[in-house]
Every structure is written in structure tokens, then in C-alpha cells.
Design a protein around this ligand. Structure first.
Ligand SMILES: NC(=O)c1ccc[n+]([C@@H]2O[C@H](COP(=O)([O-])OP(=O)(O)OC[C@H]3O[C@@H](n4cnc5c(N)ncnc54)[C@H](OP(=O)(O)O)[C@@H]3O)[C@@H](O)[C@H]2O)c1
Length: 240
């Protein structure tokens, strides 16, 4: 039987990149994956979600994770149809590479809004319901959640904050049966790098030497399929 057969997974940031690869891998392992992003083709009708077990169609919900009312709406939809997810993979994120002096306050706030407040809103919307029946929260952090890179103040601050949020929730829900994993990948070749074009810069790794989104998805699957005895609290994945 598939490792995640019958499980419901919610994946944020699933329209492309790491989140899309994670959702594909979870589906291949038998889970029903509900995909969240701002550019989802459209909200899958509630009836279809109720019916599905997911086999016949891709389930997508449109949501900007930095907006409280949109996260609230998606949580109502999910909790009222398929119920609390067994697995929540929070991958939605944005990247900014700029030196301090040219980072505007608005750009700094936007990084915190998407990468940190967005995670808070999603976790607050789902974790209490998940805690009642056990489940697993996997947050996609970054190498920038524990290593300082020049030109990375806004993103690095948001990802360090995300690591803090992960650690606090792990402590807060100790004994609840909920598992929390922080998966922190190094550079991964996704569309996140398109505007930066790292192959033209000496200070950044070439795209060919980066991880692939499928490598991160494999790591998610590894964390999500350990026995009840074993828990992956922290997973740092680097390109060789
Ligand atoms: N690529 C790397 O080198 C790397 C390394 C370490 C960690 N990470 C982390 O991995 C995660 C995924 O990154 P990626 O490389 O897959 O980037 P990506 O290819 O740019 O994909 C980002 C995903 O997040 C979604 N998203 C962005 N803002 C959102 C918002 N406000 N609300 C909902 N969804 C939003 C995007 O969907 P829409 O635009 O359709 O909304 C997209 O699905 C991020 O948290 C990133 O920080 C990436």
C-alpha cells in the first residue's frame, strides 16, 4: 500500500517550485493533496473536495497566505469538507536579495508578511484542529534560517523568525501528538531565482549546482513517513 494512502495533505505555495514538487510527491505516495497559492486556476468546488478522495482531480484553493481573511476562508473550506489535514507543508514564500541600504521599509515588511506572518496565519488556522487528532507540520525554512548571507537582511530575518516560530510551536504543542519538522534547504533551482539570474553572478551558485525541487520533495516524504517512534525535528538539506 502507498505510504500516505488515505492521508490528507495541505501544501501552501504549491503552484510551482518546491511546493508543487512536494504536492506531486505526496499524491504519488497516495495522499490527497490540497494545493494553495495566489495563482491557483480557481477554487475547486466544495462538493468536489468532499467527494474526491482526490483521485479524479487536482484540488486547488486560491489564497494569499499573508492575508488573514483569505487564510480564514481556506481554513473554513478545508475544515468543513475534508477536515483537518494529516500533513501540512508550508512552502509559500518570497525571496529578496538586496543590501540593507537599498531595501525599502515596504520590501522588508513584505518579506515578513509573506514568509513569517503568512506562516503564522496558516499555522494558527490549522494547527489547533490538527492537534486534536495528531498530525505533522513541515515548514520549509531555508539555509538562511541559520546562516547569515550578505544582502539578505529581509529574507534572512523572515526565515530566522520562521525557525523561531517552529521552535516555539514545537514546545507549545509538546505532548499533543503533533509533530513539527523544519526543513531547511540550501539553494534550489526554482523560479525564485529567475529575476536574479545567478549564473551571471560570481557571488551566487550556478543553477546547475543547486538542489532540484524534487530533492526537497523527497526530504519531505522522508520526514512524513517515519515510524511513530522516530521524529525528524530538523532537516538541513544542502547541494553537494
Ligand atoms: N529556491 C531556493 O533556493 C530555496 C532555498 C531554500 C528555501 N526556499 C524556500 O522554499 C519555499 C518555496 O520556494 P520556491 O523555490 O519553490 O519558490 P518559487 O518557485 O518562487 O515558488 C514560490 C511559491 O510560493 C507561492 N507564494 C508566494 N507568495 C505567496 C503568497 N503571498 N500566498 C500564497 N502563496 C504564495 C507561489 O505561488 P503564487 O505566486 O502562485 O502565489 C509559489 O507557489 C519558500 O519558502 C522559499 O523561501 C527556497
Amino acid at each position: 500500500m502507498s505510504a500516505l494512502a488515505g492521508k490528507v495533505a495541505l501544501v501552501t505555495g504549491a503552484s510551482r517550485g518546491i511546493g508543487a514538487a512536494v504536492a506531486d510527491a505526496l499524491e504519488a505516495a497516495g495522499a490527497l493533496a490540497v494545493r494553495i497559492s495566489r495563482t491557483a486556476a480557481g477554487d475547486t468546488p466544495l462538493a468536489a473536495i468532499r467527494r474526491s478522495g482526490g483521485a479524479d482531480r487536482r484540488i486547488e484553493l486560491r489564497c494569499d497566505v499573508s492575508l488573514e481573511h483569505e487564510v480564514h476562508r481556506v481554513a473554513e473550506t478545508m475544515l468543513g469538507t475534508v477536515g483537518a489535514p494529516d500533513l501540512l507543508v508550508h512552502s509559500a514564500g518570497a525571496f529578496l536579495l538586496k543590501p540593507l541600504e537599498s531595501t525599502s521599509a515596504e520590501e522588508f515588511r513584505r518579506q515578513l508578511d509573506v514568509n513569517l506572518t503568512g506562516a503564522f496565519l496558516v499555522l494558527r488556522a490549522f494547527v489547533p484542529a490538527m492537534a486534536k487528532r495528531g498530525g505533522h507540520v513541515i515548514t520549509i525554512g531555508s539555509i538562511a534560517d541559520h546562516v547569515a548571507f550578505p544582502g539578505n537582511a529581509a529574507y534572512g530575518a523572515s526565515k530566522h523568525g520562521l525557525r523561531g516560530l517552529h521552535e516555539v510551536l514545537r514546545a507549545e504543542y509538546e505532548g499533543s501528538g503533533l509533530r513539527f519538522t523544519l526543513l531547511s534547504p540550501g539553494a534550489t533551482d526554482t523560479s525564485l531565482w529567475d529575476p536574479i539570474d545567478p549564473d551571471r553572478r560570481d557571488d551566487l551558485p550556478d543553477r546547475a549546482g543547486m538542489l532540484q525541487a524534487s530533492d526537497v520533495a523527497e526530504a519531505v516524504l522522508f520526514a512524513a513517513t517515519r515510524s511513530r517512534r522516530a521524529h525528524v525535528e530538523l532537516l538541513r538539506l544542502m547541494p553537494r
